[in-house]
Write a protein that binds this ligand. Structure first.
Ligand code: DGL
Length: 276
């Protein structure tokens, strides 16, 4: 591929701020790759919405990202990866990667007692996709899913180290602890930010799998395979778009990214077509 094509940005999208944990891993691992990020802050949360709605939203966002000439798309949202990736992948002419498969594969490979836990939104857990992928790799692995809908708002309120969060986490994770899982997938964009709390409750013997990190690794392999990595002297440009509440997004982004974002642009995502 030509340098100018390879230096095009990677499109990353999520229902809101959570996907910044994925963008953060991409920019840590590939400092010369440009990123166009879209957070659907007007329509968040995705975790409690239906599959049809998530597919519709994802298609609109992909159509927006296409106007930015992205060379590849990362579906940073677990719920959108679980509900929409299969459908959009079939219709798309650019490479696309979600967060579910990379995390599921690592958990299947690393579990020793073949008992894996997965925490995520209602949508992600109900989709059964993590279970399907893990058992597709090894049918003898038992997967225990648990929806933790309060985690994302607690993270967005900045309550990462707070007794309320500790209490909520202890209740959510009780069941998984009893099931003696040795690997736990942090299957929602926000959960890597609760790693310390979750790790303390689950104990040192439980391996916490971070799909955000694994997806960035998977993206690297995909770019290698397709020969679409940015040139080594390319200076990365980062652009951030939201559908609402740009200032709030900016505060959150600047609290977790290793760089200071000056400008967040708001767009009307409803203007984009719902078909690819
Ligand atoms: N980004 C979503 C996910 O990873 C969590 C927030 C939401 O429910 O929209 O599933």
């Amino acid at each position: 591929m030509s340098d100018s094509f390879n230096n095009s940005p990677i499109g990353v999208f999520d229902s809101g701020v959570g996907g910044l944990t994925v963008a953060r891993e991409i920019l840590r691992q590939y400092s010369n790759e440009s990123i166009v990020y879209f957070g659907d802050t007007a329509r968040v949360p995705y975790g409690s919405k239906s599959k049809d709605i998530i597919i519709r939203y994802s298609k609109q966002i992909i159509n927006f990202l296409k106007t930015k000439d992205v060379k590849a798309i990362v579906v940073a949202c677990n719920t959108a990866s679980a509900y929409a990736l299969d459908e959009v992948e079939r219709e798309l002419d650019i490479p696309i990667i979600g967060v579910v498969k990379p995390g599921a594969k690592v958990a299947a490979r690393t579990t020793k007692n073949r008992r894996v836990g997965i925490i995520g939104t209602e949508g992600t857990i109900n989709s059964g996709l993590y279970t399907k992928i893990i058992q597709g790799i090894d049918k003898d692995i038992t997967v225990y899913g648990k929806a933790c809908p309060l985690f994302a708002p607690l993270v967005e309120e900045g309550m990462l180290h707070d007794s309320i969060t500790d209490e909520v986490a202890a209740r959510y994770l009780e069941e998984l602890k009893k099931e003696d899982v040795d690997s736990l997938i942090l299957g929602c964009t926000h959960y890597p930010l609760l790693r310390d709390t979750i790790g303390e409750i689950m104990g040192e013997s439980v391996n916490l799998v971070n799909p955000a990190y694994e997806t960035a690794v998977g993206l690297g392999s995909l770019m290698d395979e397709l020969g679409i990595q940015a040139s080594s002297d390319h200076e990365a440009i980062y652009e951030f778009y939201v559908s609402d509440a740009a200032e709030k997004f900016k505060r959150f982004a600047n609290s977790i990214l290793p760089l200071d974002i000056e400008k967040i642009q708001q767009i009307d995502i409803e203007e984009y077509s719902t078909s690819l």
